[in-house]
Design a protein. Sequence first.
Length: 166
Amino acid sequence: MSTFELKTLTEEGIPAALEKAERYRLLNEAAEAESICLDVLKVAPDNQQAIITLLLAVTDRFSKGYGVSETQAKELLARIAGEYERAYYSGILAERRAKARLAQGGHASRWAYDLLREAMECYEKAESMRPPGNDDALLRWNTCARIIARNKLVAREEEKLEPPLE
């Protein structure tokens, strides 16, 4: 098996590369977006847009059935500079994990409630420090609340208290 030396982006090419990465994400081509972000981060290791886009690309793959590790997502979260952004994207991570569990169905979906509540707590933290006019955390919190209601999710402790179906 041959190994190729990867080519290095120019600093000037970073903005266009990040636009392409976002476009690939929107086209559900997470692997392509991830590759571009890795190229950007090789040149600019602290580029926040690349870190966030890479985090989103990694978490896009949770619900696709890929064996994607949460470790990489958590490492990326730690690299996000702003406290608001870290709280908000921690919520995104938990919410996407919950959606992946719901999509799996069966026993796995029993963890969705806890993950959605974790996401909602992150969004509440982000809400408390959000920039003026930025309601993103509120919108995500409401989405989680609706997912819980639509799917009639309950905490696992409450689940045990319900009488068995006859």
